[in-house]
Ligand binder design. Structure first.
Ligand SMILES: Nc1ncnc2c1ncn2[C@@H]1O[C@H](COP(=O)(O)OP(=O)(O)O)[C@@H](O)[C@H]1O
Ligand SMILES: [Mg+2]
Length: 242
């Protein structure tokens, strides 16, 4: 089985090498957990390894997401080069009021968004994809059953395109003990969950791999930091092996 390295310090050790190629993985967590930045680093590291990727921003303007990633990761010196070299596309769509007003059980707007993403993927032959966030897609379809169906079709579209995908999803509570996974999370091949506890300076952040189809993985809830040089996950596994 081919594994896709995330390139994130400590996370590949938790994954015993990486994410099985072609897996569709949810990154769940509360606001401010670092979901967007984690996904960005995954794409950036993969771009550096020569694996092209698309970051599809639905929650905020793609240019604002990029500015924020640059200000968080000041040591990532060749972001612009990766973009110029077509190793990384930062694009997306902020759902307009018009799109949301047009949201209907048929999922027509949802389908349009997915076909835009497909065009971007084929434009650079991307093998890595980030969708930030899949929760926004929920707003495009009012009916819960139609939403579930749309998610299943999104997963099969991404499988057909042979891409390894991280999709962020908003969890309703940032604390581990209070977190409830929504049923649609379990449609995916993997779930990585990010937690925050405590206030401001005493804030503790930790991540856990809830599920990863086709791979052994750590079951330990593991602390992490966000640094100018990227994420650091304090894996209990031997990080020197991966
Ligand atoms: N410019 C920055 N410098 C340092 N840390 C930052 C910066 N921007 C964001 N962060 C850190 O990242 C967190 C937000 O990350 P983000 O990926 O946007 O979260 P999420 O997508 O889960 O809401 C902030 O709470 C902060 O700790
Ligand atoms: Mg975000």
């Amino acid at each position: 089985m081919v594994q896709v390295k995330t390139g994130i310090q400590g996370l590949d050790a938790m994954l015993y090498g990486g994410i099985p190629e072609g897996n569709q993985v949810v990154v769940a967590g509360g606001p401010g957990a670092g979901k967007t930045l984690l996904c960005f680093e995954f794409l950036y590291r993969n771009a550096q390894m020569g694996n092209p990727g698309v970051f599809f921003a639905l929650e905020e303007e793609p240019s604002r997401m990029l500015l924020n990633a640059k200000s968080a990761f000041t040591d990532f010196s060749d972001i612009d080069k990766m973009i110029t070299d077509k190793k990384m596309i930062i694009d997306g769509k902020e759902p307009s009021d018009k799109m949301l007003a047009a949201s209907d059980p048929s999922g027509y707007e949802f389908g349009k968004v997915v076909s835009e993403l497909e065009d971007l993927i084929s434009s650079i032959g991307a093998t890595r994809v980030v969708i930030d966030s899949a929760s926004v897609l929920n707003m495009l379809i009012s009916d819960p059953i139609a939403y579930r169906r749309a998610m299943i079709s999104l997963i099969s579209d991404m499988r057909r395109l042979n891409v390894t995908t991280l999709l962020t999803m908003e969890a309703d509570n940032p604390e581990r003990s209070k977190l409830q996974f929504k049923p649609e999370f379990f449609l995916f091949d993997g779930i990585i969950s990010m937690y925050q506890t405590g206030e401001e300076e005493k804030r503790i952040r930790a991540m856990e791999i809830i599920k990863m189809r086709g791979s052994r993985h750590s079951f330990v809830t593991t602390p992490y930091e966000i640094n100018p040089s990227g994420f650091r996950v304090f894996s209990a596994e031997d990080t020197s092996l991966y």
